[in-house]
Design a protein around this ligand. Structure first.
Ligand code: PMP
Ligand code: GLN
Length: 388
């Protein structure tokens, strides 16, 4: 007899856990989960150690986050995007962006409301929407450039639409939404009185000419957007799970109400370290981007060596590769083949699509390049062998 609630009965093990296990079994180089294999910068680690030893930060933090971190989030938005955020009433610190997104949905969407999601999507969005008893409505991003069709987006909006989840730079495709695309989304949100939940965890990972533009910075949008971000990617500290949501106090009020009964507050000493890290000078952010631009090129040459095709991503640390020249079969079959035959793990995008649209992701696999240069060179060698 199953005692599992209906709410979660359809949820399987996440693809990241599944692939990690398979990669380990076959000693594969793991370009699956978006998790750096190099450490957090030592000065940021040192800031946590100091906070742990300070003697007054090991008890519950204020529910909405420490004053220092909320101020740092507001200062960061002002420094990079000229967006003015109230550090007291306009920021909530959460357990990673994952909790931020869930708290935003629970705090801003009612049962039965529709939530528009671009497909492929980060895998927690749809389970979050379903747990909130809301209804996901899907709009595809079309390869090779992973853009939406304006008519398809317009058709997805209705009187029932309450929110849009917008992830830019976009996981898994690496697409950075342009000003034109964001303006089109914004116009529809204004017309239909819709809230945007903007997932911007890759905000500092853009390459070349591409620039991240927060939708909250467009005219009329601050009042209807909550922006979610996280320290995991930016400070190579995915294990710390410190994220935040910022926006207009009227919306953040809803997020904060949900957050206080999900986690109440998150790890106190680490918040102080992330406040320090967010305040690092612009050099940190430039070096971070440069580091990843080089890693992106290493992965590109490895994929080229294997004969995999892809659109060069403008952002994130992922490449969605088209394997059809190399392998005929499903994305899951290709992933297994690559792990077993080449010793390289990637992610089949099936979990990033609703079951009805899973066919749209067939022929693609996602590779993460948040890995040491050494590993990326080894991947190159292994993929080359596969081609031979
Ligand atoms: N959103 C996106 C698009 C992500 O890729 C991730 C994780 N990599 C998250 C949210 C979750 O972030 P966190 O680890 O801070 O919970
Ligand atoms: N966000 C990471 C990715 O897309 C994984 C996070 C997770 O394991 N849930 O790879």
């Amino acid at each position: 007899m199953s005692t599992v609630a209906q709410r979660v009965a359809s949820f399987g093990t996440t693809i990241f856990t599944e692939i990690n296990q398979l990669a380990q079994q076959h000693s594969a180089l793991n370009l699956g989960q978006g998790k750096p294999d190099f450490d957090t910068p030592p000065e940021i680690v040192e800031a946590v150690v100091q906070a742990l030893r300070a003697g007054n930060l090991n008890q519950y933090a204020p529910g909405d986050g420490t004053p220092a971190l909320r101020q740092a989030v507001a200062d960061h938005a002002a420094r990079f995007y000229q967006v003015e955020v109230d550090p007291l009433r306009g920021v909530v610190v959460t357990s990673g962006a994952t909790e931020g997104i869930f708290a935003a949905i629970l705090g801003l969407v009612d049962p039965g409301d529709e939530v528009i999601v671009f497909e492929p999507f980060y895998d927690s969005y749809v389970p979050n929407i379903l747990m909130a008893q809301a209804v996901p409505v899907f709009v595809p991003l079309h390869p090779p450039h992973w853009q939406f069709d304006p008519d398809e987006l317009r058709a997805a909006f209705s009187k029932k639409t309450r929110a849009v989840i917008l992830n830019t730079p976009h996981n898994p495709t690496g697409h950075v939404f342009s000003r034109e695309e964001l303006s089109f989304i914004a116009e529809l949100c204004l017309e239909y009185d819709v809230t945007v939940i903007a997932d911007e965890v890759y905000e500092h990972l853009t390459f070349g000419e591409a620039q991240h533009l927060p939708i909250a910075s467009l005219p009329g949008m601050f009042e209807r957007t909550v922006t979610v971000s996280s320290s995991g990617k930016l400070f190579s500290a995915t294990g710390w799970k410190i994220g935040w949501v910022y926006g207009h106090p009227a919306l953040i009020d809803g997020v904060a109400r949900a957050h206080q009964f999900i986690t109440f507050s998150v790890h106190h000493p680490t918040q102080e370290a992330i406040a320090f890290a967010l305040n690092l000078p612009n050099d940190y952010y430039q070096d971070f981007r440069q580091l990843y631009a080089e890693k992106r090129d290493l992965l590109r040459s490895a994929l080229d060596a294997a004969g995999l095709r892809y659109t060069v991503p403008d952002g994130t640390y992922f490449i969605m590769a088209d394997y059809s020249a190399l392998f005929s079969g499903s994305s899951v079959a290709f992933t297994r083949y690559l792990i077993q035959e080449a010793g390289v793990a990637c992610i089949p995008p099936d979990s990033f699509y609703s079951p009805a649209h899973a066919h749209l992701g067939q022929g693609y696999a996602r590779f993460a390049f948040c890995k040491s240069d050494e590993m990326l060179h080894q991947v190159h060698e292994r993929l080359l062998r596969l081609r031979r």
